[in-house]
Design a protein around this ligand. Sequence first.
Ligand SMILES: [Ca+2]
Ligand SMILES: [Ca+2]
Length: 120
Amino acid sequence: MIGAPGENGGSGAVTVIRGTATLLDTAHAVTWTQNSTGVPGGSETGDAFGTGVRVVDLNKDGYADLVIGAPGEDGGAGAVWWLRGSASSVTATGAVSAGAGGTGLGSAGGAHLGNVVTGP
Ligand SMILES: [Ca+2]
Ligand SMILES: [Ca+2]
């Protein structure tokens, strides 16, 4: 998974490239933005979607999920997205997002939620 927070005028994007026996399957790369069908929100200049990225099986179903941060969302409050993994690839089905206000942080000012996404 590759974050490109400066893509599309700073709205940002994340590209998923699956691995193969030889290395990377770039022919089947899939790029996700907030304008992708099923992904909550909309791409706006400065969102910086993809600044923080992580692959982790959050719901413990055996498929790796994508966690994507956009610290520029909502004027710098920031937000985080979760795209579920599946048997075939990442899917927007059931995708959710949470902004700074939804995670207990103040939504005003520049919390920049999603600037870093980490975990076990
Ligand atoms: Ca946005
Ligand atoms: Ca999962």
